[in-house]
Design a protein around this ligand. Structure first.
Ligand code: ZN
Length: 76
């Protein structure tokens, strides 16, 4: 085998630990950003028939899930 000093072992161990933590942080940050972008693409609708609020993927007209009435998207 190969000889390694105790300080070099700890340096390698800490480097590997921080590398794993850094990779995990980048992965969850990218995942969170992707989920946030998907949520932002949804559009809010208000049903003029049953007065319920619902979201749908970005379209101009969506059918109400409660009463099946077609509504246009809310404009802010
Ligand atoms: Zn409705």
């Amino acid at each position: 085998m190969f000889d390694i000093s105790l300080s070099a072992f700890f340096a390698l161990y800490l480097s590997a630990f921080f590398l794993v933590v850094f990779v995990l942080l980048r992965f969850y940050e990218a995942r969170s950003t992707r989920l946030h972008q998907i949520q932002c693409q949804k559009v809010l609708f208000s049903c003029t028939h049953c007065n319920s609020l619902y979201t749908h993927s970005s379209t101009e007209i969506a059918t109400c899930p409660h009463c099946k009435h077609k509504n246009i998207r809310l404009q802010f």
